[in-house]
Design a protein around this ligand. Structure first.
Ligand code: SF4
Ligand code: SF4
Length: 383
């Protein structure tokens, strides 16, 4: 779409949203930003970064800033299933608040078990009330894998003994958009690792509504907030990859944008944690980095207010945003090499997947991976 017509389309969408009532008259994003010690300039810098993350031209920055102002028009229901709450933590547990985390203070979080004051019967009532009152209008975010089928009782919530599976189904029914936040909700995650005694599964397997997956263990706060903003701006679902992940966030492999990529291409590898190669920032492939098989934008968005990410800190990627990563990306500290595993591309293996998805830009990588897999076979055993 031409930049001008897209600009007009997004402007009209925001105009429509601005006609909806504010859910909390007392709060405004500019007031919140000021109270937390951010200047208008910092807010606009953040809006600029969000604009570029969503792959929009810089001239769209005022629209993104306006979307932030209107973020409280869309109520959010956040359900917890079987998980560690790491995805919520990714967003909220910040030493110093980021503007991303402020957005979560600002939006109308109608239901979030770990954040709301209500408990017991009242919490259940709040959920039912929010779903009824904002029918067709609320955004549903679900964190955690979902025990289902004959084993659904492994996750039983509240005084009425409702299963997580039933809650997820009920809440999905009338949501305006549904996002599976984190790998557990997107693909089953650690909960679904073999032998999976609770029969935990992805949200998309328990509802017939379309689900957008925002995987990661955890996903970065930017990917969670960016997903919300995409919906605020467009009112439609983003372009998705084969695993229903938004392409703007999961379109590139970790390996494609890795700061150690030059070392990989030069054949400079860490052979063992703590060796000279590790001290010199060499590539972590031979100590198990799964970056060549993993689609995510961690190298660009980073974690902890953008200060660092696993590969920068010296540990390889574990492939946490891929389906069944827990079972299929192991052993953590060994390269996959040319090991074959089942993928949606017909069980051809991760290298074949990478080849098919990015054949134009990845030819060198594919050759490199094959060569380095061969090298890893002659890797010296640890002392
Ligand atoms: S193998 Fe891992 S550390 Fe090496 S370049 Fe690729 S993503 Fe980076
Ligand atoms: S670097 Fe890899 S394991 Fe770490 S968060 Fe990103 S995708 Fe997950």
């Amino acid at each position: 779409m031409e930049s001008n017509s897209l600009f007009n389309k997004l402007s009209s969408r925001l105009e429509e949203l601005s006609n909806l009532p504010k859910l909390d008259e007392e709060v405004s994003i500019s007031k919140l930003v000021e109270e937390k010690g951010f200047s208008r300039r910092e807010f606009m810098t953040w809006a600029g970064a969000m604009t570029s993350m969503l792959m929009l031209p810089a001239s769209f920055t005022p629209l993104v800033a306006k979307a932030a102002e209107l973020a409280d028009r869309l109520p959010l229901v956040w359900l917890h299933m079987a998980e560690c709450t790491g995805c919520s933590e990714s967003l909220l547990r910040t030493a110093t608040p980021s503007i991303d985390s402020l957005i979560f203070d600002y939006i109308s979080l109608e239901y979030h078990e770990t954040l709301m004051a209500a408990a017991g019967w009242q919490a259940e009532e709040n959920l039912e009330h929010a779903i009824e009152k904002y029918k067709g209008r609320y955004i549903l975010m679900v964190e955690g894998g979902i025990p289902h089928g004959q084993s659904d009782y492994f996750l039983t919530i509240g005084a009425h003994g409702k299963t997580g599976e039933q809650s997820a189904k009920d809440a999905s029914q009338n949501a305006a958009a549904i996002f599976a936040i984190g790998t557990c909700s997107s693909f089953g995650g650690v909960q679904a690792a073999a032998p999976n005694p609770t029969n935990a599964t992805a949200l998309s397997n328990v509802t017939n509504r379309p689900v957008i997956n925002v995987p990661g263990c955890p996903p970065s706060e930017s990917n969670i907030v960016g997903t919300l903003f995409h919906f605020i701006l467009y009112g439609t679902l983003p372009a998705l990859d084969v695993y229903n992940r938004p392409k703007w966030a999961y379109g590139l492999r970790i390996h494609d944008a890795c700061e150690r990529r030059g070392r990989f291409d030069a054949g400079e590898f860490v052979e063992e944690f703590g060796d000279e190669g590790a001290k010199n920032g060499f590539c972590l492939y031979k100590v198990g980095c799964k970056g060549p098989y993993t689609f995510n934008n961690c190298s660009k968005q980073k974690f902890n207010q953008g200060t660092s990410w696993p590969i920068q800190a010296g540990h390889g990627c574990m492939g946490c945003s891929e389906p069944d990563f827990w079972d299929k990306m192991g052993i953590v500290h060994e390269p996959l090499g040319d090991r074959l595993y089942h993928t949606t591309f017909g069980g051809l293996g991760a290298d074949a997947t990478a080849d098919k998805i990015g054949v134009g830009i990845l030819t060198v990588t594919a050759i490199g991976i094959a060569a380095h897999a061969a090298i890893s076979l002659v890797k010296k055993p640890k002392e």
